[in-house]
Design a protein around this ligand. Sequence first.
Ligand SMILES: *Cc1c(COP(=O)(O)O)cnc(C)c1O
Length: 412
Amino acid sequence: MSTREKPVHAPMDQFQSAGRELLVGGIPLERLVDRVGQTPFYAYDRELLTRRVAELRAALPASIKLHYAMKANPMPAVVNHMARLVDGIDVASGGELLVALDSGADPHEISFAGPGKRHGELRQAVAAGILINIESFREVAELGAIRQATGWPVRVAVRVNPDFELKGSGMKMGGGPKQFGVDAEQVPELLAEIGKAGLAFEGFHLFAGSQNLRPEAIVEAQQKCFELALRLAESAPAPVKFLNLGGGFGIPYFPGEQRLDLSSIGANLAAIAAEAAEKMPQAEIVIELGRYLVGEAGVYVTKVLDRKVSRGLTYLVTDGGLHHHLSASGNFGQVIRKNYPAAIGNRMDEPAGEAVSVVGPLCTPLDILADKMPLPEARPGDLVVIFQSGAYGATASPRGFLSQPDLVEVLV
Ligand SMILES: *Cc1c(COP(=O)(O)O)cnc(C)c1O
């Protein structure tokens, strides 16, 4: 009889331990707690961010430009750090644009996407000289008016809603009816409007989806996006200078998931770059990544307040929860709740001796950080660490819910 092994989390070996303590940014966790001054907090490891970008660059052709989609983690210190490592920043609001500009990123390499850009945000973007990914006919008209009123050049690309979907993607953001971008079949008409409005057309933006761990699906999507862009370029009012093929590279969150193998993606991007050099000689090929760049470098740290047993199940009640980390609670796009990888950060040398549920202080059964997870035996005062928390954490959580104390974020 074969015994089927229970799926386990990918090892969180990007972080090391010293004795019983987890090290974050080289600092033992208990000392880091004192340095931060409170729990709960998010800590992002500077060195891991740097290493991630270096490893990614080594796996991709040198001509591919790398953009950071800052909505994954818009903490200004993180954006400043990333701006020095990547080629450009993708923003999704006027507020993010201000942080990106503060970081010193070259406005020429900042782009702005989002389905509901307000007039004021469009004007901000034009004044800053960044690239605007147009997502509707209304935006063309408003940008035309801004150009008329100011005389400033208006740099635009067209965000295309492709006529296919990214397979195996956690969140589909293209294909079928979508609020994002302009349907591929309407793009020729939109391009004509862009020409008439006197906007400076610079390229295309295609983003098929997010959190994909299947290299063959990413390769297929990038290939199809490239082919679609080649077709659409025939109706463009000017040569393509920017071709943003999206990204969607995932990271392993749940038991059974493994880190993405980049080799086939790198090879395919090399083939795309070679073909583009011939057919779109002025085009810079860009991929934009959020969570893949920052997600694995962050931890969420919360302190155990209480330990109680209810009808045989042990609960660790912590001072943090879904109000700070909605995605680890399973309420940010998960269909079936699964555990993020977690540890007791001051008992790294002890065996996982019991299965416990880690919950937060909120008065809702949704406030779960880990459900029946094998962990070392923890006591009040111990530190629960949730890994894979560098993306879609602090700013993707309902921090006002139940008026709990707010979190702190640090880059170490
Ligand atoms: C959210 C978003 C991203 C980043 O997605 P990740 O899964 O974090 O890599 C990239 N591009 C666009 C257009 C997005 O909306």
